[in-house]
Ligand binder design. Structure first.
Ligand SMILES: [Zn+2]
Length: 237
């Protein structure tokens, strides 16, 4: 019997001579790996349908043998989402979000909040406005960390709760921005920012948002215990 769900593609791996193993994040089943037979040979069947730029409606059948992967049998673009033109920053931000979900999620643990967050990201990232795109990305990471119970404090010191005008230090382990006084308590996990982030102009300053994005990704790396390859695409300021 076929299983149906809507899903986004998180990553793809080559398998054998012409097959693929595609990792999806699906609405009904959470993160799943599906075997796609002859995906690299039969161009017609899957052309333009195994890209990470869209939401798909997919069908798969359960493997007959234990320890074998389930097989994708059908994939169609979900009608409600537009296909985006190639855009370098959309490509980078999308890689970051997909890598984050791929690295944090556990197989077969569906979470409708995570799926809705992906909808939010795909809907809002489609823009020509660089500030809007990076804000959508920062917001998506923040919300995702909140769902996972590790949302960092940004504009206040996480320890004494004092509002910060400039973020100079960030504590990766204990939960976010930290003031000069409180940082001395947890020295080994402190990031020292070369260029402090001004919290008053953060929302309209691309460089500040870019630096905050890098900090959030370091935070993700720390809490997942995994290296994020997509970070290297970001311009370090
Ligand atoms: Zn403090």
């Amino acid at each position: 019997m076929a299983n149906k769900t809507n899903a986004y593609i998180l990553s793809k791996k080559e398998s054998g001579e012409s097959d693929l193993v595609v990792t999806f994040y699906s609405n009904t089943f959470g993160k799943i790996d599906l075997f796609v037979k002859s995906a690299r040979k039969s161009k017609k069947r899957f052309q333009g349908k195994l890209e990470n730029s869209n939401q798909y409606s997919i069908e798969f059948v359960k493997a007959k043998k234990i320890n074998s992967l389930n097989s994708l049998t059908s994939i169609e673009q979900a009608k409600n989402i537009r296909f985006y033109e190639f855009d370098k920053s959309i490509y980078i931000y999308r890689s970051i979000i997909l890598e984050m979900i791929d690295k944090f999620e556990i197989d077969n643990q569906p979470n409708s909040e995570v799926f809705s967050l992906m909808d939010f990201f795909y809907l809002n990232i489609n823009s020509n406005n660089e500030i809007k795109k990076i804000k959508t990305t920062v917001k998506t990471i923040n919300k995702y960390l909140k769902i996972n119970g590790v949302q960092p404090t940004i504009k206040k010191c996480y320890s004494c709760k004092k509002d910060l005008i400039n973020i100079k230090f960030f504590d990766l382990k204990n939960g976010g921005s930290v003031c000069n006084k409180c940082r001395l308590k947890n020295k080994p996990f402190i990031l020292n920012l070369n260029k402090p982030i001004n919290t008053k102009t953060l929302n309209r300053d691309f460089n500040y948002l870019n630096n905050l994005l890098i900090i959030l990704l370091k935070f993700c790396e720390y809490h997942s215990g995994k290296i994020f390859n997509s970070v290297k695409y970001l311009r370090v300021i």
